[in-house]
Design a binder for this molecule. Sequence first.
Ligand code: ADP
Length: 164
Amino acid sequence: MEESRKPRTALFAGSFNPFTRGHLRIVERGLGIADRVVLAVGYNINKHPDRDPALMAEEIDRRLREIEKAVEKLNPEGGEKRVTVESYTGLTADFARETGASFLLRGIRSVADFEYERNLADVNLKVLGIDTVILCAEPEYSYISSSVVRELDANGYDTSPLLP
Ligand code: ADP
């Protein structure tokens, strides 16, 4: 008989600027290994001293609403939400503790991503005491990145195939 256990929460944190189909796929797969996924948009006003804090807050709000729309279909109708969307500032590991997350969820597309993510995962485990589960992108998602979307958008291309 299965023992009752505490629901397992994964924290998927990132900039999500914008949230892409690649990110959505990581959330979907994350629900296969966790009971809940907290999607968190991280930002640091101090890193952008040149920007108006009010405008930045507005932009983050807009991003949260877009992400909420994109994950709506992953939540059971009328039931308890399995995916929630939040913003945070400060260290991801601290926010993970605040939300009661068991582990951090991240994705990789390439060897370059792997090197970056491994370093981040090492710091989060060794220094901050939280583990990371890293999912490898399936080939059909591995070319999708927020920066490609921004670049295409800035040059007038249709980015809808890359977005949820
Ligand atoms: P950050 O600014 O923290 O790197 P991003 O929003 O760029 O945040 O990405 C968040 C996470 O999603 C990172 O782990 C990144 O590697 C992963 N990711 C981004 N795009 C994809 C994709 N197409 N497939 C799988 N993982 C992805």
